[in-house]
Design a protein around this ligand. Structure first.
Ligand code: XIL
Length: 344
């Protein structure tokens, strides 16, 4: 039986997964570690490169878990996607509370962000293939107001210019790593109006390119909900092609396709004739085929590969969702795994 990474190599496509460091180090869960090493040619830290993990106390960096992942990757001949430099979530509380109570002002905050990017990119210099420099900066049509806009802590505190700054600071610290803008809900162009997030991101990265800001790629996360139905293969391929026609690389960076656990869907249903479980496999295939059809699509990374260790059931609780990954909770390959394998 061929592995996904071996099959991906035939297309020069890297196949990746997010890695949960607790699971990787759990001696009672050896299959997790074995499969990360055998099936994947690139890894992403699910949490340990986020700011709250790297600098839990102001001025004290905790590099240990992230360095461990880098070592694991080297031993297994894997490339590392760095995730993430600038994001409004999982910030250390000393930073968010300092801003909230006014002890950290705007100029200091800008300096803190600049130092953070410089410190982190320098620490990992030469070891990171792609950096997610800015993550999830853009609103969704279901946010308020529905017209798409720059959202979140950094835009509110520093204004829109933080995005270009972040890319410049990252490039200055490591001239070789590929620098990505990363977001979800940009798999396809939709309404092509003021509520079209994909269009907004397209316009944003085009402007960065036009302004000679050092951005190399767009990461489409690919967190799919099967309740939205089957994605359109042509529309997904078109979105990648539009991004790459700006001279940018593309990648799927956090793929999973979750199902609502209501209406008779159970854990363990993974290979049953259940329309939502079939839809999960189908949607993996849509994203993978779009990536395979785009010469500039460098990697296809899943956000966890087993339902035993997936963020979906903890995050999407109302209604409960799950069954989002390639393997079930007992490390049995699911229909999604077979479909991905057949496509490669
Ligand atoms: C998620 C992790 O999987 C969870 O363990 C954590 O509690 C929250 O963050 N988009 C991203 C990822 O860019 O960093 C998020 O990861 C999932 C959504």
């Amino acid at each position: 039986e061929q592995t996904l990474r071996a099959l991906g190599e035939r297309h020069r496509l890297y196949i990746g997964t997010a890695v949960d460091m607790a699971a990787l180090n759990d001696a009672n869960d050896p299959q997790y570690r074995a499969l990360v090493g055998s099936e994947f040619s690139t890894v992403t830290a699910e949490n340990v490169m986020k700011w709250e993990s790297l600098e839990p106390t102001r001025g004290t960096y905790n590099w240990g878990p992230a360095d461990q992942l880098i070592d694991f990757a080297r031993q297994n001949r894997q490339l590392v996607r760095g995730h993430v430099l600038v994001w409004q979530n999982q910030l250390p509380s000393w930073l968010t509370s300092g801003v909230a109570n006014g002890t950290i002002g705007t100029e200091e905050l800008r300096g803190l962000l600049r130092n953070h990017i410089t410190n982190v990119v320098t620490h990992f210099k030469g070891k990171i293939w792609q950096w997610d420099v800015v993550n999830e900066a853009v609103s969704d049509p279901w946010d308020s107001p529905p017209a798409i806009h720059l959202k979140g802590f950094w835009a509110q505190q520093l204004g829109a210019g933080y995005i270009a700054d972040a890319f410049r600071w990252a490039r200055a610290a490591d001239s070789k790593a590929l620098l990505f803008y990363n977001d979800y809900n940009i798999e396809a162009f939709g309404a092509r109006d003021s509520s079209d997030k994909t269009q907004f991101v397209y316009d944003m990265v085009k402007q960065l390119r036009d302004n000679r800001v050092p951005i190399d790629g767009v990461g489409s996360q690919g967190h799919l909900g099967t309740q939205y139905g089957n994605y359109d293969a042509f529309a997904v391929a078109d979105a990648l092609n539009q991004f790459s026609s700006l001279g940018l690389a593309t990648a799927f960076t956090e793929v999973d396709a979750r199902s609502q656990m209501t209406a008779g869907v159970q854990a363990g249903d993974s290979n049953e004739i259940n329309p939502r479980v079939q839809a999960s496999a189908f949607n993996y295939s849509v994203l993978l085929q779009a990536c395979l059809s785009n010469r500039h699509c460098l990697s296809f990374t899943v956000w966890g590969f087993t339902d035993k260790h997936s963020w979906v059931p903890t995050w999407f609780t109302n209604p409960p969702e799950g069954l989002a990954t390639l393997y079930d909770e007992n490390y049995q390959p699911k229909k999604a795994y077979q479909t991905v394998k057949a496509d490669l």
